[in-house]
Design a protein around this ligand. Structure first.
Ligand code: SF4
Ligand code: SF4
Ligand code: SF4
Length: 242
């Protein structure tokens, strides 16, 4: 059961109570928690008290006090890119490291989600984040890199996979592929719904296939297949409903 409401809870409430008992999400479906709003931190899911001391010891902040529960299908590299981009727009522009540094950091993270990153990108991202954190004049710049620093620390494997062009969450569009697997029942629902003509009948019409050159990764075929015979992969990683 998911409850899509705002709730107010006391400081110090445990994450397990919030995410599982109140939020209604099963433990195994949860990969990470984003705490403290856009400039907070992203931490692996565990049970801990949500208070200032615990957040700080985990490399995060309480910030605005928000909590976002993230499933295994959420790409944390892409989430870090999104949050850094948001903070870059919030920068007042007074100091160079915040103004230009956050924009540059967003570009570097973007290159990972596009599968266009160079081998030394993780070192560059780490160093740039540290420079922004240390030299920014105010708290906005100093905390804006928290999503990057926390995910680099806790989810380094996810970054390393992106350097190799793979997205473990099977989420970054340029890094995923759709394919139809056997025993497809040839119901043609995917063929009918595909907006780009990427689902094609093979000669003789005994098999149906996805033409990767035409596929825009819109997920329509995946959602319509009544038998779950559309597989989404990022090389060795495979999409699983949680
Ligand atoms: S760190 Fe603060 S003062 Fe400097 S540009 Fe960013 S928002 Fe402005
Ligand atoms: S993901 Fe979208 S574009 Fe790609 S094959 Fe499926 S329906 Fe067609
Ligand atoms: S919707 Fe599923 S079962 Fe039907 S043709 Fe497509 S892959 Fe096969």
């Amino acid at each position: 059961m998911n409850i899509p409401w705002f709730i107010e809870v006391p400081l110090g409430i445990h994450t397990k109570v919030l995410a599982e008992q109140i939020g209604g999400t099963g433990e195994t479906a949860i990969k990470a928690l984003q705490i403290g709003g856009p400039s907070g931190g992203i931490l692996p899911y565990s049970d801990f008290a949500l208070d200032y001391e615990t957040a700080a010891s985990a490399g995060a902040i309480m910030g605005s006090g928000g909590l976002v529960v993230l499933g295994h299908n959420r790409c944390l590299v892409d989430l870090a890119r999104h949050l850094v981009g948001f903070m870059a727009k919030e920068s007042c522009g007074k100091c160079t490291v915040c103004r230009d540094g956050l924009a540059e950091l967003e570009n570097k993270l973007l290159s990972l989600t596009l599968g266009k990153a160079q081998d030394n990108i993780l070192k560059e991202i780490k160093e740039l984040s540290q420079v922004i954190q240390e030299l920014s004049l105010c708290g906005l710049g100093r905390t804006a890199v928290n999503p990057v620093i926390s995910t680099l620390h806790h989810f380094l494997k996810e970054y390393a996979a992106h350097v190799k062009g793979r997205c473990p969450a099977v989420s970054c569009k340029p890094l995923i592929d759709f394919e139809i697997i056997l025993p497809c029942r040839m119901c043609r629902a995917c063929y009918t719904v595909c907006p780009t003509g990427a689902v094609k009948m093979r000669a003789g019409k005994e098999r149906i296939l996805v033409d990767r050159k035409l596929c825009t990764k819109c997920w329509a075929c995946y959602e319509v297949c009544p038998f779950h015979y559309i597989r989404i992969t990022s090389e060795e990683y495979q999409w699983k409903d949680s």
